[in-house]
Design a binder for this molecule. Sequence first.
Ligand SMILES: *Cc1c(COP(=O)(O)O)cnc(C)c1O
Length: 399
Amino acid sequence: MSTPKQPAPNSLRPQTIAVRAGQPASSLREHAEALMLTSSFRFDSAEHAAQLFSEDGSGDVYSRYSNPTVRLFETRMAQLEGTERAIATASGMAAIFACIVSLCAAGSKVVAARQLFGATLGLLENIVRKFAVEVVIVDSADPQEWAQAAGGKADLFFCESPSNPQLQLFDIAALAEVAHAAGALLVVDNCVCTPILQQPAALGADLVMHSGTKYIDGQGRVLGGVICGPAELIEGRILPYLRSGGPTLSAFNAWILAKGIETLPLRVKEISRVAAELAEFVATQTGVEYIRYPWHPSHPDYALAQRQQKAGGGLVTIYVAGGQPAAFRFINALQVFSLTANFGDVKSIATHPATTTHSRLSEEVRTRIGITPGLVRLSIGLDDPADLQADITRGLAAI
Ligand SMILES: *Cc1c(COP(=O)(O)O)cnc(C)c1O
C-alpha cells in the first residue's frame, strides 16, 4: 500500500478534508477509495508475522485490530473534529459504551445530562450502574449544578449539545472547565451538529463522539460510531478495550461512512439553511404552541447557539397544541416526511419521541426533560423546501 500525495492536514479546509483526507491506495493506482473487505492480512514470511505481532500497530494484522478502510474513516473524522486521533466503533452506542468502559472502573463517577439520547440514558442507568460505577444524572444545563453533582471529584462528564430531541444547549467551554476542576474528562456527543457546525474539542471537550448513523452516513444506510480525541486517550485507553471487547466497525460500513463524509459539509449547510427557514415558518402557524430551533430567536439559548454553532442544524422541534392526539393527526397527515426513528438522512423525517425513541422513560421523566406528548421532531433533509412547507401545512390543517 502506498498513500497518494497528501497536503499537510493543518493546511486543509473542511470541504477538502472531507473528500481527500486519509485516502489509502493500493498498487493498482485507483482514484476512488478502495474498500478493503478482508478479515485478516497476509504475511510475507513467518518472520514478518512474528514482527507484526510484536510491534503493535506497525502493520495491519486482523480487522478487529485495524483495517485500512476503517482508518480512512477515522482519519477524516479526526481531521474534521480537529483532534489528534479518532477510533471507529460498530455503532454510536458502542462508541458511548467504549468511552465509559475504557475510562471508568468500579467506584468511578459519571455525571451526565438528563437530556440525552434515550438509549444513552438507558445504558447509564440500567447497565453502567451494574458495574459499581456511580451515575449522577443532572436535570439542568447549568454548569454550577454539574459542579455540585460532581461533588469535587468525578471521572467522566457526558453531554449532548444540542440534545435530541429537545434541542437543549450546553455551554461546552463552561462545562469543560467544571469537569476539569473535578478531575473529570468531558465527553460530548456531537451527532446533531456534526464537526461542520461545532468542534467541541476546540471548546475544551476531551473526547467527541458520534453516531455515524445520522448525518455522517447521511443516507440512512449503515450503523457506525466514532470517538475523536488525543492519541493518549484514544490509543492508550480506548483502543485496548476495542481490540479485546470487539465492537469494531466493519470495513464495509466504514467505506459507506467515509464516502458519506465527502458530501457532509454541503449537506449540513443546505439542510441548516432550509431548517432555519422552515422553523421561522412553523413558529407563526396556528396549532403550534412553540418551536425549538437553536438559531431561532425564541430559543432560550439563542445567544449561546449563535456563539457555539456555525448554523442551527437540521432538527426542528415543534410543540403542537392538543397533545398526543394532535401530534398523531399531524404526523399521519404528512405525505412527504418519512415516518421513521432515524434522523440526519437526505429524506426528511418526522418522529414522535414520546411514543417511540423516548417511550421507555417514565412519563414523569419525559415531562421533566421537555419531551411532552405534543412534541414532534422534524429532521430536515434534501427534499425541496417548498414540498416540505406544503407537507407541514397539510399536517397542521389535520390537527
Ligand atoms: C442515534 C444516536 C446515538 C446512538 O447511535 P447508534 O448509531 O444508533 O448506536 C447516540 N447519540 C445520539 C445523539 C443519537 O442521535
